[in-house]
Design a protein around this ligand. Structure first.
Ligand code: NOJ
Length: 734
């Protein structure tokens, strides 16, 4: 064996890996597959250093920005362990590290994947500065059921938009070189099928056919793999009785054999041994064997690989080659992110690497581009004649709520609330009354005990609900216009945040009704991690802006829109139901043989209140001359339309292309599928022609063997404002 080839950076990486694996003991190999949670102890528990020195740990989930402590731990790995293999530090950096951006479904609604790319490039720089080489994002799941709290981490309900947005996030995180020190490894999650839980209950099992898996759930992962994603996280759910962590079909046949993925798969938190809870494996040892043999390389938290695999290798139940391959994949990523050559981070540079002015500007731009205008009876942008605004509602001046379901290292003190944004925007020109009106939850004094149960915390004084309501009413009566800031608290969104209702929480509806009765025009800003059923709010407000969870520049971005310094251009990445009983509700469902008449028997429409793709702006666009132009000289036919700005302000229209294959013998195709979009910026009176070539990518689907196919035959083609607008043209594909 050559002398320490793996330490020689002039040698090719695959040679270095081969050399290193040749030197490793079984325990050292299993150590590389063992990921441990850093916890919250400070100083770190002494046993961490011992385990790292022994080569028992390959990676930490590191929940804090502590570059010095992280370096200390890395020093033990690199300088005190036998082979000096560096640790890889990963963390959930989902919509920002310290500069917190709007959540993913909001960003996807910009219909500008580059925006996500730029935001995640910022997140990567800030995350690198704190000593991370790996983030557990992006989330490639679909938002098909608003009860499921994790829709707040998705790029919405549509596979095509989600694919583009997730590929863009991978590019943002990883750049051209994930080892450059400004970029890092992305992790696609949750692979796969996690987003169709029964009843919207997080972690529950799913039943997804191969057809739906291939055409709805997998495209986003596939696109992100093609964008170069270095790692994938297997999910908590079981599909058809097989836990995702032990699913050889998805982890090996599809991911490795079909898609040629070369990186590694990490399980979700403890998921390896949850195969025992599912009733799939009899004990931890069997769970570990099934997971590693299925293609799950790293074990997050359960330690079952480290505890049980050595014996199973020895008795021949787990082939050494399987373990070697998993180790090879993990080491390859460690090389790719540059850990072998630059294991430490410059801790002194951290403070100057975060919250830079250009990052804040991008966060503000993101709020502007991701807030959806759902209704406007002419009250927005606010008239210059307005002198008195009442900002009412629990989200108007709450810094913590703006951070959203994951907050990385974001801090409430970094947040510009709507109250501060409006003050800053209007200064002394307008008098602004800020009134909370009520709490976000029914019982704001709940506290959680260690066993997970909740009790009322009597040390917190009770809100005087009646007094708060009266204050709100008197502020409303005294104002020219009311801005209501309502929604759902971030604590009931994200992981475990399933809901059985989709309404405003606590006494917010009562507050809204009382304020609306005061007779002033109401502009409602909704803060939420999911779409909500807000019939009264939609009906009684003069304008509604859906702001999602907007991040630290919430107030500035929203004030830009409210004042008219910027115009809304975002669209819904998730359809909005009328009632919770409609969900799962998404635009790209199948067409049934029977008509329901469009209403449930209790009078609720079967359609969405607002469909995917919907969103208004401050001007009006008109679509005309929509046609199919046949392709010349072997070029594909094109769908073409003219878009004109008929209003008095400039604006951006997101023109959308939808298709439907009318007869597909492989399996029915959905009623509509988004297959293209273009953002068109037009001044008043201007027009532009938009062209969409009807290529194989636009018309095709994935068959049950994973092959992309395009059939000859008839298609409906729409060029439209949103999923249910416009009339289709018929295109015959020859
Ligand atoms: C569980 C979550 O499902 C996953 O999204 C996250 O990345 C891991 N925990 C690590 O925190």
């Amino acid at each position: 064996m050559s002398t320490c080839c793996y330490k020689d950076s002039s040698k090719p990486v695959e040679k270095r890996i081969k050399d290193l694996i040749g030197r490793m003991t079984v325990e050292e190999k299993l150590g590389q597959l063992n990921q441990i949670y850093r916890g919250s102890d400070n100083p770190l528990p002494a046993e961490f250093a011992i385990q790292v020195r022994n080569g028992e740990i390959g990676s930490f989930i590191w929940g804090y920005a502590q570059p010095e402590l992280r370096n200390q731990m890395q020093r033990v790995a690199v300088e005190e362990s036998r082979l000096g293999i560096p640790l890889i530090f990963g963390m959930d950096i989902i919509h920002g590290a310290r500069t917190i951006f709007p959540i993913a479904p909001a960003m996807a609604g910009a219909f500008e994947p580059e925006l996500l790319e730029r935001a995640q490039a910022v997140a990567a720089k800030e995350a690198r500065a704190q000593g991370l080489e790996w983030v557990f994002a992006p989330m490639c799941d679909l938002a098909r059921d608003a009860r499921w709290g994790r829709v707040a981490e998705t790029c919405g309900e549509d596979p095509y938009l989600s694919a583009l947005c997730n590929a863009a996030q991978v590019r943002g995180f990883q750049g051209d070189d994930p080892g450059s020190g400004e970029h890092l490894a992305a992790c696609l999650k949750h692979y796969v099928g996690y987003s169709s839980p029964r009843g919207g209950r997080d972690y529950s099992d799913t039943e997804i056919t191969e057809w739906t898996l291939r055409n709805a759930h997998l495209p986003s992962f596939h696109a992100a793999i093609n964008a170069g994603a270095l790692t994938v996280m297997s999910s908590f759910n079981a599909i058809g009785g097989i836990p995702a962590v032990s699913n050889r079909h998805t982890l090996t046949e599809i991911l490795r054999e079909e898609w040629k993925f070369k990186g590694f798969v990490v399980s979700d938190w403890n998921a390896v041994i949850e195969a025992v809870s599912w009733g799939y494996a009899k004990d931890h040892a069997e769970a570990a064997r099934l997971a590693i043999c299925a293609g799950n390389d790293m074990d997050m938290l359960s330690t079952s690989y480290y505890r049980t695999l050595a014996k199973q290798i020895e008795d021949g139940t787990v082939p050494m080659a399987v373990v070697d391959e998993a180790v090879r994949r993990v080491l390859r990523v460690k090389f790719q992110v540059g850990l072998f050559d630059r294991p430490y981070v410059d801790a002194a540079a951290y403070e100057s690497a975060i919250l830079r002015p250009e990052y804040l500007a991008l966060a503000r731009e993101s709020v502007v581009k991701s807030t959806v205008l759902l209704k406007n009876e002419g009250v927005l942008p606010l008239s210059r004649k307005i002198r008195k605004i009442a900002l009412i509602g629990p989200f108007g001046d709450d810094q913590t709520e703006m951070l959203g379901c994951w907050q990385g290292n974001g801090e409430p003190k970094d947040v510009v609330t709507l109250a501060s944004g409006l003050k800053d925007k209007f200064g002394s020109k307008i008098s602004l009354a800020v009134v909370k009106g009520c709490s976000v939850s029914t019982e704001p004094r709940m506290k959680m005990l260690q066993d997970g149960s909740t009790v009322i915390d009597d040390s917190v004084p009770m809100d005087n609900a009646e007094i708060m309501l009266k204050e709100a009413e008197s502020a409303a009566k005294n104002a020219d216009v009311v801005i209501m800031a309502v929604g759902e608290p971030k604590g009931i969104t994200g992981e475990g945040g399933s809901r059985a209702t989709l309404t405003l929480t606590g006494r917010q509806q009562e507050l809204f009704d009382a304020v609306a009765r005061c007779g002033r025009p109401v502009v409602t800003i909704v803060f939420s991690g999911r779409t909500l059923t807000l019939t009264e709010v939609f009906d009684k407000s003069a304008a509604v802006l859906f702001a999602w969870q907007p991040g630290i520049q919430a107030g500035n971005g929203l004030a830009d829109l409210i004042s008219g310094d910027a115009a809304p251009s975002a669209r819904l990445s998730m359809s909005v139901p009328y009632e919770v009983g409609q969900v799962p509700l998404y635009y790209n469902h199948y067409v049934t043989g029977r008509r329901s008449g469009g209403v449930y028997r209790d009078g609720v429409p079967t359609a969405a209140r607002f469909w995917f793709g919907y969103g208004l702006t401050y001007t009006k666009f008109e679509y005309s001359d929509i046609k199919i132009v046949s392709g010349k000289k072997g070029k594909p036919a094109e769908a073409v339309a003219a878009i004109s700005n008929k209003g008095r302000r400039k604006g951006v229209e997101t023109v959308q292309l939808y298709i439907r294959q009318l007869a597909c013998n492989e399996g029915a195709r959905p009623m509509q599928e988004l297959r293209g979009f273009k953002r068109v910026a037009l001044k008043p009176g201007e027009s532009a022609e938009v062209r969409f070539p009807l290529t194989s990518e636009v018309l095709g689907y994935v068959d049950r063997k994973g092959k992309t196919r395009v059939d000859k035959g008839d298609f409906h083609v729409w060029i439209a404002h949103h999923a249910r607008s416009g009339e289709p043209l018929v295109y015959s594909h020859k």
